[in-house]
Design a protein around this ligand. Structure first.
Ligand code: ACO
Length: 371
């Protein structure tokens, strides 16, 4: 029976609980606080497998070439070189834009049909462009990719201009794997909708980034640090949080549409932030803010379970990696582009065009229009 033959479906605000796609890629169990990526718990992947290995896991069955870790690493290296060549003519146009607006512009300039396969080009282009933007905003020339390195290693090198210590590379690798895919989140859904029209993978990735940049989604980690800075000292934690909530603000890094318990990614990244340690008790202060925020949210939003989400400790990890705050969303995109590409490839292979309906609640034409 077609959906239409079943009769109208009730409009659901925010599409809560609506199943809009079937996927083999990842599962978010909001009640148990569990993230499964292609049959593996997140904890079995983060810190244990490389970004390239997880990309291979996600792409398996959707691409014609080998998904071996070494092959993907080599192909991504070549694709980063191609992306760097494509960046040069566009770079001057990013001046005056925020980092994420600049990334949006640069990704938009990529062709949908290029000599490099689009899934390689898209995944390689995000770190290359993000690094070039971060440097340009500091008045520095871009650093060319080193095709022989892994993606996390090369991304840090392209941002800093020098090789990063192993501990930093491991931390970024763990971060990229942790955020690589996460069910049908808003940006992945946006990418799948675009992919479902056969618009092309690069277009779908641009759409994914546009959804990611919002502060309710991937734009949150920069504001988490702004919040920690604004609170400033332990005595100010509770008054600051109380005042923010009284003013109708949302506390960045808390709450989630699916998780009713702690986001498992928060624990993975908290451990990474702890290992990186800035040496000034930043983590200790963040933990105190987290504990107070959870207390106050429990009191004020009694009907709703609000817990720590991935963005709270993302902010601490990316700060400890000395990445510029305004680049945080672009770094998130460098991980999530793995999931966007896999979902679009899955959608193109097995899905129909996504075209839901709206319920018209406006006025009907009057008799004069009909005459
Ligand atoms: N701080 C204060 N109140 C909150 C927060 C928060 N962080 N999150 C939700 N609420 C409140 C809402 O105001 C609402 O209260 P009300 O019923 O009195 O109006 C209630 O909790 C339910 O909110 P919803 O909007 O239904 O929750 P939803 O599931 O739509 O929101 C979201 C999820 C957008 C993540 C929300 O929790 C939020 O805005 N968090 C802050 C931003 C953030 O951290 N974003 C990153 C999310 S993780 C990611 O996307 C990668």
């Amino acid at each position: 029976m077609s959906p239409a033959a079943k009769g109208p479906v009730v409009a659901v605000s925010g599409l809560d609980d609506v199943i809009a796609a079937e996927t083999v890629l990842s599962h978010v169990d909001g009640a148990a606080g569990r993230l499964i990526v292609r049959g593996h718990d997140l904890e079995q992947l983060a810190g244990k497998r490389s970004f390239e290995a997880v990309l291979g896991l996600l792409w398996q069955g959707f691409v014609s070439e080998s998904v071996d870790e070494a092959d993907i690493r080599a192909r991504l290296g070549q694709a980063r070189v191609a992306a760097f060549a494509a960046a040069a003519p566009v770079m001057p146009a990013v001046d005056g834009l925020s980092a994420v607006e600049a990334l949006r512009l640069m990704l938009s300039a990529l062709p949908d049909a290029a000599t490099v396969p689009a899934h390689h080009l898209a995944v390689a282009a995000v770190p290359v462009f993000a690094a070039a933007i971060a440097r340009r905003h500091r008045g520095l020339a871009p650093v060319a990719p080193d095709a022989g390195r892994g993606q996390a290693d090369d991304m840090l090198r392209m941002i800093r201009g020098v090789s990063a210590p192993d501990a930093h590379v491991r931390a970024l690798e763990t971060y990229l794997v942790t955020v690589a895919d996460h069910g049908l989140n808003a940006s992945t859904f946006a990418a799948r909708v675009i992919g479902s029209t056969r618009a092309g993978l690069v277009s779908a990735v641009v759409g994914g980034l546009c959804a990611l940049k919002g502060p309710l989604h991937g734009g949150a980690p920069g504001p988490v640090l702004d919040m920690l800075d604004a609170i400033g000292n332990p005595a100010n934690i509770r008054p600051w949080l109380e005042q923010a909530l009284a003013g109708g603000e949302r506390l960045m890094g808390f709450g989630h549409r699916i998780y009713r318990v702690r986001d498992p990614r928060a624990d993975v990244l908290k451990a990474v932030a702890g290992e990186l340690g800035r040496g000034d008790n930043r983590i200790g202060f963040a933990e105190a803010v987290e504990a107070a925020a959870l207390d106050i949210l429990r009191e004020r939003k009694a009907g709703r379970t609000l817990d720590t989400n991935v963005e709270f400790y993302t902010a601490l990890v990316l700060e400890a990696l000395e990445l510029p705050r305004e680049s945080f969303t672009n770094v998130f995109a460098a991980g999530r582009v793995a999931g966007w590409t896999a979902h679009v490839l899955e959608q193109e292979k097995s899905g129909r065009m996504i075209r839901p309906q709206s319920r018209y609640v406006g006025p009907m034409p009057d008799q004069r229009d009909a005459a």
